[in-house]
Ligand binder design. Structure first.
Ligand code: GLU
Length: 444
């Protein structure tokens, strides 16, 4: 049996989409089933190859591996078979109304206080009228005839759900240009791939009602359905694929570590709050689908940024070595990483500190007299972790300065920055000669 993630490649994946992917993937590992990446690209006008590539890149980046993959565009013959079957069984019917005619009908229903449900006027259309429409060159499309009785199922998160078919229009399943709609293609594929559990956002609950009916008429047992709550932005508004900032690509480009996003998206909205970063194997073994609730989950970018800093602080020199290979500072010693890791929000910032420590900076000297005094008091011996204390104690004594007034001019002239790692740790790394040169105002 198999679980699946079925994105439509019509835009960038956002955090909500990736959360669905993670839940399905972790659950498949937990119950030892295969994981399918299915590309829902039947909407040929909006689907793009570049989005498929980016979806795959995003999934690999976060650590998701799939056992199987296919695209719906490769499987038209299977949809044709299902279509023929539904047609022979008279479970679908041909319609001729134009969009304009339908919207007039809906407006009339609304003004009469009726729900805007399709009136099925094409269902019992006479042969003559059909022939007239066809000779006029009207294009036809196909609707699934929903059953009269409600569709009832037990959702694994939402509990008992009753889909009242009378309040819905018969859904179009084949467009006038012959393209199939997701409602039917998804079910054909879910049957073909032996999908055991469908886990997706609660925005699909109506689709599920229709699809459960389709599973049944196509002779298959519907899988279990889990509708998880939706992720929103911080204001509670829905995420759209078009908001770049919450796209996975945007988050990757900003320098968030994959482990951080994986942990965040695994636990956000679950009952068990985690304040530790877990390895993928731990997540696979301990994933608990029953901890997901029904309330919407806001995506908190600030929290994600803080988690990223916390994560970096916990990382060893080994992590630094692996990661720094792609940057050009892989030669930095472990003292470098131990010094800077507490002061960076994203790994890339370590590179700035590499330049400050081992490269050249332009010192900022606002008060030359004070810096001169500091220069004269510089300790004789080579710098070690105690030198900063010894040095600033003597400057304090001579100048009478304390706190920020005492430290900041030194930090600015030695690092060119008004923030950063502890000066006591920076001094031995930068080295005495370079510090003297910077205090003298040289770019060094
Ligand atoms: N392609 C659909 C979507 O992206 C898949 C939904 C489903 O999981 O069935 O919303």
């Amino acid at each position: 049996m198999v679980l699946r993630f079925a994105p439509s490649p019509t835009g960038l994946l956002h955090v909500g989409n990736l959360r669905t992917a993670i839940i399905n993937w972790l659950f498949s590992k937990k119950i030892k089933e295969e994981f399918l990446l299915r590309i829902d690209d039947t909407d040929t006008t909006r689907s793009k190859k570049e989005y498929i590539d980016l979806i795959e890149e995003d999934l690999k980046w976060i650590g998701i591996q799939w056992d199987l993959t296919y695209a719906q565009s490769e499987r038209i013959e299977y949809y044709n078979d299902a279509f023929d079957f539904l047609k022979n069984e008279k479970l679908i019917y041909q319609c001729y109304e134009t969009d304009e005619e339908l919207s007039i009908k809906r407006a009339r229903q609304r003004s009469a206080g009726l729900p805007p449900v399709y009136d099925r006027s094409s269902l019992n259309i006479s042969k003559q009228k059909q022939a007239n429409y066809e000779s006029e060159g009207r294009e036809s499309y196909w609707r699934l005839k929903l059953p009269d009785e409600s569709i009832i199922w037990k959702d694994k998160i939402y509990g008992d759900i009753k889909f009242d078919t009378k309040s819905y229009s018969d859904p179009v399943i084949v467009r006038a240009d012959g393209r199939y709609l997701y409602t039917i293609t998804s079910v054909v594929d879910d049957i073909y791939s032996k999908i055991s559990n469908i886990i997706r956002g609660s925005d699909h609950i109506t689709n599920s009602g229709i699809q459960i009916y389709l599973f049944k008429v196509l002779g298959a047992k519907p899988p279990n359905f889990f509708h998880h709550s939706l992720m929103t932005d911080v204001h509670g508004d829905p995420l759209s694929k078009r908001i770049g900032s919450l796209s996975i690509k945007g988050i990757r480009d900003r320098g968030i570590e994959p482990e951080v996003l994986l942990n965040y998206l695994t636990f956000v909205g679950a009952a068990t709050v985690q304040n530790k970063f877990h390895e993928i194997n731990y997540l696979k073994q301990n994933f608990d689908i029953s901890s997901f609730g029904r309330s919407n989950v806001p995506f908190d970018e600030r929290l994600l940024n803080d988690l990223n800093s916390n994560f970096l602080q916990e990382q060893t020199y080994e992590f630094f070595n692996k990661k720094s290979i792609v940057f050009n500072f892989s030669s930095a010693p472990s003292e470098f990483w131990e010094t800077v890791k507490n002061n960076i929000r994203v790994f890339r910032e370590a590179q700035d500190w590499f330049e400050i420590i081992y490269g050249k900076i332009e010192p900022i000297i606002d008060d030359p007299e004070y810096i001169n005094l500091a220069l004269n008091l510089i300790p004789n011996e080579d710098f070690n972790e105690f030198s900063w204390r010894v040095w600033t104690d003597s400057i304090k004594e001579k100048s009478g300065r304390k706190g920020k007034n005492l430290f900041m001019p030194l930090r600015l002239s030695i690092t060119g920055r008004n923030f950063g790692p502890e000066m006591a740790k920076l001094l031995p790394l930068i080295g005495k000669d370079k510090i003297i040169s910077r205090l003298n105002g040289f770019v060094s």
